[in-house]
Write a protein of this length. Structure first.
Length: 278
């Protein structure tokens, strides 16, 4: 992609195919590593595919281009979703992707901007990504830049107080071009969010903090694409897309199964998953 150009538009059908290919990559790389987080990667990938396929501004030949849009994967353990799309976009090659979690690999277990071209945030403790994204949005304003900042968080992650501090600060600073995507898959770590600590009506809470909010089915590619376009046009206030998703989407035995938050498929499960994703 050339600097200054938005991503060339893909049709809804092409975006679905892109997401399907990414799902295959996710399952294969986690199986090869023997570890990783398939559930939250599979729930998030439709939104990531739509974002990279139709909206995000970047330059594969110049990953550190100052005026690129930023994608901040705050739930950094869902790194397989990021690596799958970076492979599809040409930032990394297949060997890089399949070296996931191996010693010296550019594809570490959590996304790390010092290791991987195309990654704009080093994740670790959950809850920090929105604060980082707000800083990026304010820096863009100071630079008189129209670059958009996109932050993806998990619903379990928003139990962190830092998330709500950032949400309040973003409204106070009228942080336009700050776009939040909440992956509302209702499972965190090894149990359901409602068991660990229910977060309630996320859209209403964000709205009460002054955000413009839209709720969608995070696996309906038309809804996803429309919401991303809507969010990208907001320049005077922060926006949030609350995407209702299914953990492990696309692989039947992983769907709504807390066990596959952080568990790799075995050989038989890989065969079953690839059959379902064919």
């Amino acid at each position: 992609m050339n600097s200054g150009d938005r991503a060339s538009k893909m049709t809804t059908s092409q975006l679905r195919e892109l997401a399907l290919r990414c799902r295959r990559h996710i399952v294969k790389m986690i199986h090869a590593a023997g570890a990783g987080h398939p559930g939250g990667s599979l729930s998030a990938i439709d939104m990531i595919a739509a974002l990279y396929g139709n909206q995000l501004r970047f330059d594969v030949d110049n990953p550190n281009w100052d005026d690129r849009d930023r994608f901040i994967m705050s739930k950094g353990h869902a790194s397989p979703a990021v690596y799958s799309i970076l492979f599809e976009m040409g930032f990394i090659d297949e060997e890089d992707m399949m070296s996931f979690r191996k010693m010296g690999s550019v594809c570490q277990g959590h996304v790390d901007m010092k290791w991987t071209d195309g990654v704009d945030f080093s994740a670790g403790s959950l809850g920090m990504g929105l604060s980082f994204g707000l800083g990026c949005a304010l820096a863009a304003r100071m630079d008189s830049s129209d670059r958009n900042i996109w932050v993806m968080v998990g619903d379990g992650e928003i139990q962190e107080g830092q998330f709500w501090e950032a949400a309040m600060a973003a409204d106070f600073h009228s942080a336009g071009r700050l776009n939040l995507i909440v992956d509302r898959n209702r499972i965190q770590n090894d149990d359901f969010v409602e068991v660990q600590m229910e977060v309630g009506d996320v859209a209403a809470k964000l709205s009460s903090f002054g955000w413009d909010v839209r709720e969608i089915d995070g696996h309906d590619m038309e809804q996803v694409s429309e919401a991303i376009l809507w969010s990208s046009t907001k320049t005077d206030s922060p926006t949030a897309i609350v995407a209702h998703t299914t953990k492990g989407k696309g692989v039947s035995f992983m769907e709504d199964n807390p066990s596959f938050h952080g568990k790799a498929p075995n050989d038989k499960e890989l065969e079953m998953a690839m059959g379902e994703l064919s």
